[in-house]
Structure formats: structure tokens, C-alpha cells
Design a protein around this ligand. Structure first.
Ligand code: GLU
Length: 420
């Protein structure tokens, strides 16, 4: 293989193993495998920050553009202390498959800065965002690569990115990022799109396996951009959400958490921990609770060979990107746990990012109803595509979703041809 030695463990190892199995299933040659396994472009930048106390610290930043075959690259920007290039490479590859699976006209990308946002003031985060944006400005743009929020970033981060990019090119460019505030050309429904999609796909999966939402039990890991509203939407559909966690703790209520009251508590105190309407829980135990549906909606690599044997859920619906390692995936398969993969379950975010980009091009804002209807329609189509392909080829949902996506990317690549 042409790429330098891939890691043995971690998200990139998992992503490459999924791809290798898919390439084998589809019967592609080594050249195509290399095209699909390697990023078209990677940029590594230093991001110097003048801190509020006057000192200077330099952070590492990355933008990886995995693929452009179906359109501009697309994917989030992550601020987290442990971000590294291999993680961003994996996340960029997953974005390519996600966009292809839900048939939005994008390739895949991801960015990151190795910074812990909780340790910084708003002013420092603004300066880091603006400097990072100016460093990667030569390789982003509405027709090139369109960042969006991810872990540790939000609509304010996107507003700063749009403003910095616009200042550099001399005019306002709304389509350079998605996940912006609605007043700045953001889309109605974008903030809740990922979680709406997670809940929608979870309910489709339950129905396909003969489960009614009422009385079904769930646990949600993560109470941020994805987990919070996923818990809310699931509860609204009648699912008993027994446990949720965040970085500071976890809470459990056998008869179901009152998500509205829990949200108010988390809003007030900064964490779900200490919620008076529930018992405290060790966050690690959330993954192995006696529930029907487990929604890992925090970070990658949480379901591993060490805990997958103890997962009691019948369904794992991946709100996060890459929460299940390849070893855990094999164990869950052998134990008949239905895993609904990230590139399907959490694709609602990038679908509505696509709608936001379309609205920016049209300079016209859609109603929330229109956004949500179109979101659910696209996810439902992707769900049926995956179920049908999995059935026809005796594959898991992850294998089927990856195969459909890789096939679409490869078809586009073949139709365009190799330049020169
Ligand atoms: N960060 C989100 C994801 O992982 C959204 C990406 C986007 O909207 O471009 O899917």
C-alpha cells in the first residue's frame, strides 16, 4: 500500500479496517483501495494564541479533505485536547461515506484543533478560531470545503469562521460554513438536526425489529449537541430514557428521566450530575445497563473489547462518530446486538448542513417544517437502502451502509476519470 504505516488501534485503524472489508466485498483492486483509503489533501497548521494574561501558546490544527469525487469536501471542526491527525483522518473518511450514503453532493473532510475549550475564555476561543480559519482559508470555501460544528465548537464558532473568511475575501460568504446562527444565514432546524435524525433512525430500527417505542427503554451517553435532544426526542416518542451521562457524571431513573427537568438542571449547573430526580450512576456503567437501546452520543471508541460482552442493549444507535471499535463490533455481531452505524444514525446534521448551504446559495430561508420533512425523507430513504442491501448480501447494517457509500463514491470517481 502507498500510504505510510497506518496505526494498529484507534479510529483510523477502525475506519481503514471497515474500508478494507468493504473493498473486498465490492471486489475493487488495490489502486482503488488506495484512492479510497488516502486523503486527497491534508493541512497541518500552528495556531498561536495570545492568552488573556498576555502569554502565547501554540496549538496544533488540522484540516483533512478525504474526498471530492461527489462534490466539495464537508465536515465538522473539533476542539478537543486529544485531537490528532490520525483521528481527523478517520473522521474525514467517515464524512465521505456519510455524505454519499444520504446522497448529499459532497465529499468528506474534518478539522480539529488540539485545545480544551473548557480551559479558555470566550475571547481566547474567538482568537483561536479566527487564526485557525485564516491558516486554512486557502483550502476552504463554499465550493471547496465547508466546515461545520463538531465536539467543542458551536454556532458562535461558525459565525467567527464565516466572519474571518469573509473579511479575508472582502465580502460576506455565508456558504463557507454551516451550523451558523439562524440570523446569519443558518438553517432553521440545524441545531437539532443530528438528534432528530438519531431518534428518527432509532425508531425506524425499533419498528423494523418489532418494537413499539412506548415502553422501550434507552440509555444515552452524552448530553451535548447530539445526546441532549436525542434523549428528548426519544422520550417524546414514548421511549423510557433510563440514563444519561456527560463528561462530569451520569444519572439513572428506572422509570424514566424527566428530560425537560434534567435539561433545566444541566443548564443551571453545567452537568447532569446531581440531578435531584434520579440516582447517580458510574458513567462507565451506562454502556452496560439493562435497556433496549443504547445511544453512544459522545466520542469515538467507547464500546471496546473490554465492555462489548457486557452490553445488554438489543440496539446500539451510534449518535457519535466511531463509538464502536472494530473488536467491539465483532463481539456485538456475534451477540446479535443490532448496531445502527454512525454514518446513518447521525447523518441528520450533515443533511441539514446541506440544506443550509442550498439556502445560502438561494438567499432564501426555508420553514422549519420544510427542513424537518426533507430531513426525515432523506434519512428514511437511506434507512431502506441500507436494510435492503444488508438483506440482499447478508451483511450487517454497518457493512451495508459502508458498501453503498463506497460504491457511490467509486462510481463518481470512475465517471469523472483520473486526471491527467
Ligand atoms: N460534525 C457533524 C458530523 O460529524 C456535522 C458535519 C457537517 O454538518 O458538515 O456529521
Amino acid at each position: 500500500m502507498a500510504w505510510s504505516s497506518p496505526p494498529a488501534q484507534g479510529p483510523l485503524a477502525d475506519a481503514l479496517a471497515q474500508l478494507a472489508a468493504t473493498v473486498e466485498h465490492l471486489g475493487y483492486d488495490d489502486g482503488m483501495h488506495q484512492m479510497l483509503a488516502t486523503a486527497r489533501r491534508e493541512m497541518q497548521v500552528s495556531v498561536p494564541l495570545r492568552r488573556d494574561d498576555g502569554s502565547v501558546h501554540v496549538y496544533s490544527g488540522y484540516r483533512v479533505q478525504h474526498n471530492f469525487s461527489r462534490g466539495p469536501a464537508k465536515g465538522g471542526l473539533r476542539f478537543a485536547a486529544n485531537v490528532d491527525l490520525d483521528e481527523i483522518r478517520a473522521l474525514a473518511m467517515w464524512m465521505t461515506w456519510k455524505c454519499a450514503l444520504v446522497d448529499v453532493p459532497y465529499g468528506g473532510a474534518k478539522g480539529g484543533v488540539a485545545i480544551e475549550p473548557r480551559d479558555h475564555s470566550v475571547g481566547e476561543l474567538e482568537r483561536v478560531t479566527r487564526r485557525y480559519t485564516s491558516e486554512i482559508a486557502p483550502i476552504i470555501g463554499p465550493e471547496v470545503d465547508i466546515p461545520a460544528p463538531d465536539i467543542g465548537t458551536d454556532e458562535q464558532t461558525m459565525a467567527w469562521m464565516m466572519d474571518t473568511y469573509s473579511a479575508l475575501v472582502g465580502h460576506t460568504v455565508q456558504g463557507v460554513v454551516t451550523g451558523k446562527p439562524v440570523g446569519l444565514g443558518g438553517s432553521r432546524g440545524r441545531a437539532t438536526a443530528t438528534s432528530r435524525g438519531v431518534a428518527h433512525i432509532a425508531l425506524l430500527a425499533l419498528a423494523a425489529h418489532g418494537f413499539e417505542p412506548e415502553g422501550t427503554t434507552a440509555a444515552v451517553q452524552g448530553f451535548g449537541k447530539v445526546g441532549h435532544d436525542a434523549a428528548r426526542f426519544l422520550a417524546a416518542a414514548g421511549v423510557i430514557v433510563r440514563a444519561v451521562s456527560d463528561v462530569d457524571g451520569a444519572v439513572y431513573a428506572r422509570d424514566g428521566l424527566d428530560i425537560a427537568r434534567l435539561s433545566a438542571h444541566a443548564e443551571r449547573t453545567g452537568s447532569v450530575a446531581g440531578f435531584p430526580g434520579a440516582e447517580p450512576l458510574d458513567p462507565a456503567d451506562l454502556l452496560t445497563l439493562d435497556v433496549d437501546v443504547l445511544v453512544p452520543a459522545a466520542i469515538e471508541g467507547v464500546l471496546t473489547a473490554d465492555n462489548a460482552e457486557r452490553v445488554q442493549a438489543r440496539f446500539v444507535v451510534e449518535g457519535a462518530n466511531g463509538p464502536t471499535t472494530k473488536d467491539a463490533d465483532a463481539i456485538l455481531l456475534q451477540r446479535d446486538v443490532v448496531v445502527v452505524p454512525d454514518i446513518l444514525a447521525n447523518a441528520g446534521g450533515v443533511i441539514v448542513s446541506y440544506f443550509e448551504w442550498v439556502q445560502a446559495h438561494q438567499a432564501y430561508q426555508w420553514s422549519e417544517r420544510e427542513v424537518n420533512d426533507r430531513l426525515e425523507e432523506r434519512l428514511t430513504t437511506a434507512w431502506h437502502d441500507v436494510v435492503e442491501y444488508a438483506g440482499a448480501h447478508a451483511l450487517t447494517y454497518r457493512q451495508a451502509a459502508t458498501a453503498l457509500a463506497v460504491r457511490r463514491v467509486t462510481e463518481a470517481h470512475r465517471q469523472r476519470g483520473l486526471y491527467p
